[in-house]
Ligand binder design. Sequence first.
Ligand code: OGA
Ligand code: NI
Length: 353
Amino acid sequence: MAEESNSSAFSMGKSAQEKGLPYVPECYKIPASQRPSLSPMTAEDIPVVDLAGLKQGPIERATVIERMGNACRLLGFFQIVNHGICQSVLDDALSMAFEFFKLPESEKMKYMSNDVHKPVRYCSSLKDGVDKIQYWRVFLKHYSHPLRHWIDAWPDNPSDYREKMGRYSTEVRKLGLELFEAITESLGLGPTYLSKKMEVGMQVMAVNCYPPCPSPDMALGLPPHSDYSCFTILLQSSHGLQIVDAQDGRWRSVPVLHGALQVHVGDHIEVLSNGLYKSVVHRAVLSGERTRISIASLHSLGLDEKMETAKQLVDEENPKRYKESSFKDFLNFLSANDVSEGKNFIDTLKIGN
Ligand code: OGA
Ligand code: NI
């Protein structure tokens, strides 16, 4: 059993979750004090923002923006409905993901890599076989914008993966640009603040698969973390997402609302807003019975473009609280640090830390 306690025995292709091991190996076990409660309080009060009003009159738009701003400030998280992406596009994206992960190992092998700088890669855990604790997840990550630039490197099996995932990706990106405008507007910076730079920014899709886990109370799909992005738009097949409620520091399960999407404020909006909006700490918990799929679309400025705190949000009372940073800086952080030991990118940006 010595090997069983060593992460390196579970690198991609050999991970417990890919093999469907009937038990949870030692190196997947979360320390007892940090184990997830699988039924924590569901946050009935997680805000649901109806985006229909964004395109109605100025009064309706202002109401939506105020609601969104409050959610960003209090929780760093909200769900959206009437977002304009039709159900069939969402369903098709999820089914492509399910089918991809069902493919034989030989097919997924083509994309396997633990080089975090690769634009298209398949991997297991967070950093497979490297971090002290391993996570019960497999994932495919691909850059998605501009789509024509990357799509030929995406999987071509299942045969309609590119078409259907591409369609979702294009629609969620358009939605992302609208959300960004609304968020900067809610900060009093106006809807065009940085919008040109966002238009030529990055979109990374993390297609996550969490196979059933024999002891879902002992392991995690993803450890507590915040996303480096400006914000992340998440589509999930079933529940499993938990967030920390910044008001009381407790974990909350996000209720599944059919057809809704989840929006996480990421580190780069925390920086932009000088801490007015907090990037939400979240994790993925597991199920004993079913495979869960989630598709996270992460939106940010260009690879080398630094996100800075808006000057309008800095004054004598509110000095600048964050250093500037780019997506590339995050990737360098990720490859050099073990997130399972509780290291967070955002902490490295805080001035005075
Ligand atoms: C992520 C993420 C949550 C989930 O991919 O960054 O937090 O529910 N995913 O899969
Ligand atoms: Ni995340």
